[in-house]
Design a protein around this ligand. Structure first.
Ligand code: NAD
Length: 289
């Protein structure tokens, strides 16, 4: 470390709260060292009401860019100069680049990471019919990115909780911004509609907290709804294999894709935005995932 950090070393950062559990510092610092990039990455615990001050401090310190995690992903948009169309539609950013001129540009690489993870498993979204379970942060990023990347049909199912209105909001925004993608919203409790939608879908995505610890002993999907020509993707990565993924494997689904790759690829995309270089993702995956 003492030979790597110099008077010129550029800082990159993670902001949010909590950040202590994050794997991002290890992933980025390893990649900087491996590629000989004179940069370092640190995590800063910043609560949502201090985002403005935090961003001003990072800017003043000439930081090259920073990742944003919960609960600051929406709030940070109030403190940047430019927002990409995807991040604007999602209404949140996980990656802010500070340009040489000092301009803050907000991106969202969560949906990009999801789509790239599917690609790595041989699955494209162009022209596909997708059933998406969930309407929170992860689901919104996936809805927007898959629509922008050419998905033909998106059926969003959510329980009637505080996220349901968000599902309707995403559908309204997408029907204006990406009219080629047909978007509908339904109640997850509507079992008949869910069954029919899955029977007609190419890809089923779980972007709810169901399956994630401590909700890891259940799945929202009856195993009978799964069939060999369906692709099943989960955003949950703890546990690595959710009940849904195990059921999909058992049903012989043509792909059963866990959430860990989405986490890796959103980081790879952010690294590219920060450095213009490709993260050594195979080594990063082996060492840290
Ligand atoms: P969020 O709090 O923004 O949204 C939670 C979603 O889960 C909502 O749609 C809510 O209605 C739904 N939900 C909660 N309890 C439920 C239940 N009992 N039954 C059905 N639906 C329920 O959370 P988020 O940040 O969008 O995270 C959602 C999931 O995505 C989590 O499991 C998280 O692990 C995963 N995630 C993965 C990545 C990745 O990189 N792989 C990134 C972000 C989130």
């Amino acid at each position: 470390m003492e030979t790597r950090i110099s008077g010129h070393t550029r800082l990159f950062a993670l902001i949010g709260s909590p950040v202590g559990h994050s794997g991002s510092p290890a992933m980025y610092n390893y990649s900087f060292a491996r590629l000989g990039i004179d940069a370092a990455y640190l995590a800063f615990d910043i609560p949502v009401d201090k985002v403005g001050e935090g961003v001003a401090a990072l800017k003043m310190l000439n930081v090259g860019g920073f990742n944003v995690t919960m609960p600051c992903k929406r709030e940070v948009l109030n403190y940047v100069d430019e927002i990409t169309p995807a991040a604007k539609l999602i209404g949140a950013s996980n990656t802010v680049v500070i340009t040489e001129e000092g301009k803050l540009v907000a991106y969202n690489t969560d949906g990009i990471g999801f789509v790239k993870n599917l690609q790595e498993h041989g699955v494209g979204v162009q022209g596909k019919k997708i059933v998406l379970l969930g309407a929170g942060g992860a689901a919104t990023a996936i809805a927007v990115q898959t629509a922008l990347d050419g998905a033909a049909d998106l059926k969003i199912f959510n329980i009637k909780d505080e996220f349901y209105a968000n599902a309707e909001d995403i559908a309204a925004k997408l029907s204006e911004a990406v009219p080629a993608c047909h978007v509908e919203v339904d109640d997850l409790a509507n079992a008949e509609a869910l069954k029919t939608a899955i029977a007609d879908a190419d890809i089923l995505v779980n972007a709810t907290k169901m399956g994630m610890k401590p909700l890891d002993d259940d799945s929202l999907i009856h195993p009978e709804y799964l069939r060999p020509d369906l692709v099943v993707a989960d955003t949950v990565y703890n546990p690595r294999e959710t009940i849904l993924i195990k059921e999909a494997q058992k049903a012989g689904c043509k792909a059963a894709i866990g959430g860990i790759g989405m986490l890796l690829w959103q980081g790879v995309a952010a690294f590219k935005l920060y450095t213009g270089q490709d993260m050594p993702y195979k080594e990063v995956e082996e060492k840290f995932f």
